[in-house]
Design a binder for this molecule. Structure first.
Ligand SMILES: N[C@@H](CCC(=O)N[C@@H](CS)C(=O)NCC(=O)O)C(=O)O
Length: 211
């Protein structure tokens, strides 16, 4: 099994962390999905990574769906709580984390347009989603609890940890740590896990322009 991944991608990192936590062996293929030489469209018609490439050549894409596929095919240890209400609580963190990352990507690439073509109201809208999403994560995470949901590490911790680290790496000026010190302390603790240490986001150089 192979995973098509990019070093800064928070979506790919969620999958890499789950694979590491589950002890599933895979080959890591690192690409820049925005570059012309990327193989991503050959494996995913939606042209996005991460993509899990199975041994028979079939592919699984969209990080949330890959994680669901992994839960089904490699159930132990589960990244989801057994209790249905807690499962929903965990998925809610994933929705928020993905939403913040999606808004950041839109904001970031809009900022690349020449000023005359840039929409400030579009950028402001995405920015509100970033700050609002992080504030909601902070409201929902029980500050004193070791894990974001339930009594075991799982999907909620993966989602929260990856979005926070992505924002720390890609958008330092946001300084979410000052507004959300409990989340900053949580990220420090999560960052000690081997699965987090092995997948620290690393910037990539994009050849050419995206927008
Ligand atoms: N919703 C997707 C988002 C994946 C995504 O946006 N990946 C980026 C890399 S971080 C990508 O491949 N973008 C290329 C594109 O949008 O064309 C997921 O969760 O897998």
């Amino acid at each position: 099994m192979k995973l098509l991944s990019a070093t800064p991608s928070p979506y790919a990192r969620k999958v890499r962390i789950a694979l590491a936590e589950k002890g599933v062996a895979f080959d890591l293929l690192t690409e820049v999905p925005w570059n012309e030489d990327t193989s991503t469209p050959q494996h995913n018609p939606l042209e996005k990574l991460p993509v899990l490439i199975l041994d028979d050549g079939e592919t699984v894409y969209e990080s949330d769906f890959i994680l669901e596929w992994l839960e089904h095919h490699h159930p132990e240890p589960s990244m989801l709580p057994a209790d249905p209400e807690l499962r929903l609580a965990a998925r809610r963190f994933e929705v928020l984390a993905d939403g913040v990352c999606d808004a950041f990507v839109l904001w970031f690439f809009e900022s690349f347009r020449p000023e005359a073509h840039r929409s400030q109201s579009w950028m402001d809208r995405q920015h509100r989603k970033i700050t609002g999403g992080l504030a909601e994560i902070d409201r929902l995470v029980p500050a004193e609890a070791e894990f974001c949901v339930g009594d075991r590490f799982g999907l909620a911790d993966i989602a929260v940890g990856t979005v926070l680290d992505y924002m720390r790496a890609r958008y330092p000026a946001l300084d979410w740590q000052t507004r959300h010190p409990a989340l900053a302390a949580r990220l420090d603790r999560l960052s000690e896990r081997p699965s987090f240490r092995e997948t620290v986001p690393v910037p990539q150089q994009i050849a050419g322009s995206v927008v």
